[in-house]
Design a protein around this ligand. Structure first.
Ligand code: ZN
Length: 425
C-alpha cells in the first residue's frame, strides 16, 4: 500500500528500478502494470504472496491488473483456471464451448458431478467464484474460429492454451502472434507432458513460436488424441500448474520463463527435461519471409483425415443404424460380412459393437491384417469416431477389397444412438 505506481503510466525504467531494489531481481519487464492498490480483503487473502520479496505488493498488484485468457476448461484448463483464480489474476477469460461429460471428471477437477451436462465455461465460472470472488470472469461460451479468435484474444495480456487439437493450437499460435500476445502452451498424453512459452514478439527478441517447433501438424491419424489414447488425470495438474507458473512469472516479471525452452515431463520416470528451442528463420509465421500473414484454414491445414482416407471413405461409409440393420440380417442368416474393430485392445474392453472382431490399426499399416481377412465376404471397419477406420479402409481399398466400408462415427455413435447402456470414453 502507499504505492501509487498504477495511477499513471509508469516509465519502464522506474519499473526496472523497483525490481532492482527487491531481493530477487529479473532481467524481464513485467507484462502488466500494477493496479492502484489492494483492498484490505485482498491483502488478507494474498498475504502468502505478499511476503515473498520477489512478488510482494507490487507483484500482487500486477496480478490484480492482469487479464489472462484460458482456452479450454478441460484437463489443462481446470487446474490452470483454479490456480490463476486463487493467485488473484484480476480478469480471467474462459474460452470453451463444450459441456461437462462424466468422462471428464477423472481429470477436469474444476467441474463436479452436478455439473454434468452443463456448459463447461459456466461450471468453471461457478467454481472460480467459490475459490476467489474478488476477481472478474469473462465467459466466451463459443467455439474459437477464424471469425472470432482475434476479437476474443484482443485485450488479454496473455493466453494459456489448454486445447487438445492441432487445428486450434495453430490458430491460437498465429492469432497470439498477430496480436503480439505471449502464448503459454501445454500438451498432455498418457504419462507425458510438454510446456513452453511462445512469444516471438517478446521485447528480448528472437524467441520462437509453436510453428518454429512444429512447422507442420502430424499426419492425420498418426497422433492419437487424449480421447483416443487416454491421459493420466494427475498429469493435467503437473502441466497445467507449470503453465500457471509461467503465466505468473511473465505477468509479474520474475524468474526466467520458458521462452525459447521446451519443458518435457515424464511422469513414469519422474523426470523433467528442458530443451532449448531456437527461432526458425524459415518459420512460415515468424520467420524472415513469412508465408502465413493472416489466419488460414486450420482444419484443412491439419486435415481431420488424410486425402487417401477421405477418398476411400467417399461412398463407402455406412451409419450405425445401417450397421444395426445389417447385423440383424446377419443374425437371421440373410447376410454375411465381417465387422472389424480397428481400435486398441484396452479400448475394446470399455465398449464394443456386438459381433465385432478386434484387429488394431497397426496391423493394417504393417500389412498383417490383410491375411486375416476373408476374401469371400464384405469387410466392415469401425473405430472410435471414424478417423482410424477411414485410414484402414484406404489400406484395404488399396489391397483390392473393393466392397469394404467403414462406419461413420464409430463406436461412439453406436453407443450414443444405438446402445446407450454401454459406457463411452
Ligand atoms: Zn515461428
Amino acid at each position: 500500500m502507499g504505492d501509487v505506481a498504477g495511477v499513471a503510466p509508469v516509465p519502464p525504467q522506474i519499473l526496472q528500478e523497483e525490481y532492482d531494489v527487491s531481493e530477487g531481481t529479473t532481467a524481464r519487464e513485467p507484462l502488466v502494470e500494477p493496479a492502484a492498490e489492494l483492498t484490505i480483503d485482498e491483502v488478507r487473502r494474498y498475504s502468502r504472496h505478499l511476503i515473498i520479496p520477489d512478488v510482494g505488493m507490487s507483484g500482487q498488484k500486477r496480478l490484480k491488473n492482469a487479464k489472462v485468457l484460458v482456452i479450454g476448461a478441460g484437463g489443462l484448463g481446470s487446474p490452470a483456471l483454479l490456480y490463476l483464480a486463487a493467485a488473484g489474476v484480476g480478469t480471467i477469460g474462459i474460452a470453451e464451448f463444450d459441456e461437462v461429460d462424466e468422462s471428464n471428471l477423472q481429470r477436469q477437477v474444476i467441474h463436479g458431478q452436478s455439473d454434468v451436462g452443463r456448459p463447461k465455461a459456466e461450471s468453471a465460472k461457478d467454481s472460480i467464484a467459490e475459490v476467489n470472488p474478488l476477481i472478474d470472469v469473462v465467459v466466451h461460451n463459443e467455439r474459437l474460429d477464424n471469425d472470432n479468435v482475434l476479437g476474443i484474444f484482443e485485450g488479454y495480456d496473455l493466453i494459456v492454451d489448454g486445447t487438445d487439437n492441432f487445428a486450434t493450437r495453430y490458430m491460437v499460435n498465429d492469432a497470439a502472434y498477430f496480436l503480439k500476445i505471449p502464448y503459454v502452451w501445454g500438451s498432455i498424453y498418457r504419462f507425458d507432458g510438454q510446456a513452453s512459452v511462445f512469444w516471438p514478439t517478446a521485447p528480448e527478441g528472437d524467441a520462437p513460436c509453436y510453428r518454429c517447433l512444429y512447422p507442420e501438424p502430424p499426419p492425420p491419424g498418426m497422433v492419437p488424441s487424449c480421447a483416443e489414447g487416454g491421459v493420466l488425470g494427475v498429469l493435467c495438474a503437473s502441466i497445467g500448474s507449470i503453465q500457471v507458473n509461467e503465466a505468473i512469472k511473465l505477468l509479474t516479471g520474475i524468474g526466467e520463463p520458458l521462452v525459447g525452452q521446451l519443458m518435457i515431463y515424464d511422469a513414469l520416470e519422474m523426470e523433467y527435461r528442458k530443451l532449448k528451442v531456437r527461432k526458425d528463420p524459415n518459420c512460415a509465421l515468424c520467420g524472415e519471409n513469412p508465408t502465413v500473414t493472416g489466419l488460414i484454414d486450420y482444419e484443412t491445414f491439419c486435415g481431420a483425415v488424410s486425402d487417401e482416407a477421405a477418398d476411400a471413405a467417399a461412398g463407402a461409409t455406412i451409419s450405425v443404424t445401417q450397421l444395426e440393420h445389417m447385423l440383424k440380417e446377419r443374425d437371421e442368416g440373410t447376410r454375411d460380412f465381417v465387422l472389424v474393430d480397428v481400435r486398441e485392445p484396452n479400448e475394446y474392453e470399455i465398449n464394443k459393437i456386438p459381433g465385432s472382431v478386434l484387429i488394431p490399426k497397426g496391423e493394417f499399416l504393417n500389412g498383417n491384417a490383410l491375411g486375416e481377412l476373408p476374401n469371400d465376404k464384405p469387410v466392415v471397419l469401425h473405430c472410435k469416431s471414424g478417423v482410424r477406420s477411414a485410414e484402414c479402409l484406404a489400406v484395404l481399398k488399396g489391397a483390392g477389397f473393393a466392397d469394404a466400408v467403414h462406419v461413420g462415427g464409430g463406436v461412439a455413435a453406436w453407443v450414443s444412438q444405438v446402445d446407450p447402456s454401454q459406457p463411452s470414453y
